[in-house]
Design a protein around this ligand. Structure first.
Ligand code: NAP
Length: 473
């Protein structure tokens, strides 16, 4: 069975689940479509209290929810608790702001009548989500689309079925209709069938370039709107006037948070030559301090990776990088624990012809590059097919912002950690995908922005004014 929880700390198989049956899929689609028809007639205000209730339930069950993701994919318990709280914040934000953000927009026009753009729900959505933030990835799509009025079907990652069920249970425990969110354990063929179904109007995927390509192709073939939140090789740029002690304390966290398995983890450290040696030494010292162990134990600071497969993939990438000329500055040694641990590793001298230069390494491996000017840092940061996020550090924030604005990514932070909050739009450019989640842009991702032009009385004004195209033209 594809859907399986294997605890990556103990390697124990905790639970297995069969794929969805055709009857379950049909029932989910029919119920979601019926709810869409009901929601079409109601405004977002009617759902506000239900979404706040979902936030409250998440907070109430925080420990149990956090343990479910730690068991599924190994995240440190305190990080899992933080993820639950962030989900509650996202739910509260969209509950509070959606009514205002979904108001009709009046348009000044030469046409006779009052023109406006009204915001209607689009229909039932399929969301395809990854394992690395098992609740947050769902909530980024769920909260805004719940308020818009788009019921959702969830296909979660095969390794996090426990989290999928736990999230669904919270929604079903609240007074929101059950069809607001239905989890289905779909295989890839079933995903294609669901996308092709006429009741599905949109697809939101977060995941890898490979997964995104397949699902976007299916959506395109069926002319369904899609958003793609894909991978990143985010740069962490240290300009020559940066306070090295502060930045060193941020750098290791920016790489090792969630065991390095974050789309916006800093994966390429691009450091001014005057600070390069100090930066490397401090990064190594901080990497050496982390304590691998039980992710439920508060003393642990390095979690296992999500699965044996992910660890083996990363090991293969590191081995190949070294074989093709990269210098191993630190790490790449086994950790003597049964779980899927990967020792934090630092690679330098990664040249453009090395596969590691352009691949996303989804785990605790840092690449460090030396540059001798701001322009060289910008050019190196932009020498990637991916364009998700990035960070720039400088003693002069205006200089940092000037560099930041030349980085070809969807998000960039200056003198700051990357942070994800409901009011900040999240997403990338290039092969990091298209569309944005969160903020007003995410709320509008699957909205029918319907033009309505209303004249007081039936009239011929538009025709008389030459505004109507005729067959002769
Ligand atoms: P993945 O393999 O693409 O999986 C993501 C989801 O897509 C899973 O539910 C997966 O199902 C499904 N999927 C993959 N191929 C599919 C196909 N051909 N048809 C239908 N469904 C398919 O991604 P991952 O490697 O698990 O996740 C890590 C990646 O996600 C990294 O690249 C990371 O950077 C990216 N990410 C991006 C963001 C963002 O917001 N931009 C956020 C987090 C993660 P199965 O599990 O059943 O294969």
């Amino acid at each position: 069975m594809a859907y399986k929880t294997v605890n990556p700390y103990t390697n124990e198989v905790v639970n297995e689940y069969p794929d969805a049956t055709p009857e379950e899929i049909e029932a989910a689609l029919a119920n979601a479509q019926a709810l869409f028809k009901k929601w079409e007639l109601e405004g977002p205000e009617t759902r506000k209290a239900q979404l706040h209730e979902i936030a409250d339930l998440m907070r109430k069950h925080s420990d149990e929810l956090a343990k479910a993701i730690t068991t599924d994919m190994g995240k440190l318990l305190r990080e899992a608790q933080g993820e639950v709280e962030l989900c509650a914040m996202i739910a509260d934000y969209f509950a509070d702001h959606s009514t205002g953000l979904l108001q009709s927009t009046p348009i000044e026009t030469m046409a006779t009548g009052k023109a406006q753009v009204k915001k209607h729900p689009l229909g039932v959505l399929l969301m395809v989500e990854p394992w690395n933030f098992p609740y947050y990835q769902i909530m980024r799509v769920f909260a805004p689309n719940f308020m818009v009025g788009n019921p959702m079907i969830l296909k979660h990652a095969a390794i996090t079925p426990g989290s999928a069920l736990a999230f669904e249970k919270i929604v079903h425990e609240s007074s929101a209709p059950d069809a607001s969110l239905k989890n289905l354990f779909l295989n890839y063929d079933q995903v294609s069938e669901v996308i092709a179904d006429s009741r599905i109007q949109g697809v939101a995927l977060t995941g890898s370039e490979r997964g995104g390509r397949s699902v976007a192709r299916e959506a395109g073939d069926n002319l369904k709107k899609s958003t793609m939140e894909l991978g990143g090789t985010d740069a962490f740029i240290v300009l020559d006037d940066t306070d090295i002690d502060t930045v060193a304390d941020i750098a290791w966290r920016a790489r090792l948070y969630n065991a390095g398995q974050v789309c916006t983890s800093s994966k390429r450290f691009i450091v001014a030559d005057n600070l390069y040696d100090q930066f490397l030494a401090k990064l190594r010292d901080n990497f050496a301090k982390v304590i691998p162990g039980d992710p439920l134990d508060p003393k642990t600071s390095l979690a296992p990776m999500n699965s044996k497969k992910a660890k083996e993939k990363l090991q293969g990438q590191v081995d190949e990088a070294i074989e093709k000329g990269a210098n191993l500055y630190y790490g790449n040694e086994p950790i003597d624990l049964p779980g899927q641990f990967f020792k934090p590793t630092i690679l330098t001298d990664v040249k453009p012809d090395n596969p590691a230069f352009s691949e996303e390494m989804f785990g605790p491996v840092a690449q460090v590059y030396k540059v001798s000017s701001d322009q060289e840092a910008i050019d190196l940061a932009n020498d990637s097919d991916l364009g998700l996020g990035g960070i720039v550090f400088s003693g002069d924030s205006a200089r940092g912002e000037k560099v930041a604005s030349q980085i070809e990514t969807g998000m960039v932070f200056v003198n700051n950690f990357m942070v994800s909050l409901p009011e900040l739009p999240f997403g990338g450019v290039k092969k990091s995908g298209y569309g944005r989640e969160m903020y007003e842009i995410g709320l509008n991702a699957f909205v029918n922005e319907q033009l309505v032009v209303t004249a007081e009385h039936p009239n011929m004004d538009n025709l008389a004014g030459g505004l109507v195209a005729t067959d002769a033209e």
